[in-house]
Design a protein around this ligand. Structure first.
Ligand SMILES: [Zn+2]
Length: 223
């Protein structure tokens, strides 16, 4: 079993709006959602978890690129491969990364969210996973805000826990994250194949080179 129980809690950087999940939490989720900025983030940061828990009902909401003729059909293929429900939005994702208001991102998520009460919702870290994509941070803030106002129904919220040393190296799991998932070679190879063969990222792309072999998350108790 690759799912590792979180150990003693350590303080997280910055203020946290929720209490931490109690130590000893195990995998007890059947209806799960991943809310990300871009199609491919779900695989890069949590694809191993999805493959390991294929018995769960997975919904993936990607907030950008619905009208991208390249990425949108690839996302659909990945969702089909995983047996997951894929939902796309079309938030601005131009290279300028003009900041989006929390209200705008919240609205986009609300317009895409199914009515489910999720056992687990996974999203980006409030500090992102690397230096730097504003959409990751904005997505995280909006998801937490919706959960705080009870407009997003989830028993637990997990956030990706990766860092790149301020851009010095490829993103790697944060050492003191709450949940760490070590992927077997077989699972990692399958995850990597989704990145290269279905999403079509070349072997020298950031996505193919990064593709973490260990996945890590911050865990927050639900409401
Ligand atoms: Zn992204």
């Amino acid at each position: 079993m690759a799912f590792i129980k979180p150990t003693e809690q350590t303080p997280k950087p910055g203020p946290t709006p929720f209490r931490s999940a109690s130590p000893g939490q195990t995998w007890d989720f059947s209806n799960c959602a991943i809310i990300v900025a871009h199609p491919d983030d779900e695989i890069l940061w949590a694809g191993g978890l999805m493959l390991l828990h294929a018995e769960c009902r997975w919904t993936v909401i990607a907030l950008c690129r619905k009208s991208d003729p390249d990425r949108a059909p690839k996302f659909a293929k990945v969702m089909e491969y995983l047996g997951a429900k894929g939902i796309m939005g079309d938030l601005d994702d131009s290279p300028e990364q003009t900041p989006l208001s929390e209200k705008e991102v919240r609205k986009e998520i609300q317009s895409l969210l199914p009515l489910d009460r999720f056992d687990l919702v996974i999203t980006h870290s409030r500090w992102g996973e690397y230096t730097r994509n504003l959409r990751h941070e904005e997505t995280s803030r909006a998801v937490l805000s919706l959960h705080n106002t009870k407009e997003l129904s989830a028993k637990h919220i997990w956030m990706f826990a990766y860092e790149d040393g301020g851009g010095k190296y490829l993103p790697k799991p944060v050492r003191d994250s709450d949940v760490k998932v070590w992927l077997t070679d077989k699972i990692w190879e399958e995850k990597h194949k989704i990145i290269t063969d279905i999403y079509g990222f070349g072997p020298d792309s950031f996505e193919a080179k990064c593709c973490p072999k260990q996945e890590a998350f911050w865990s927050f108790g639900g409401k």
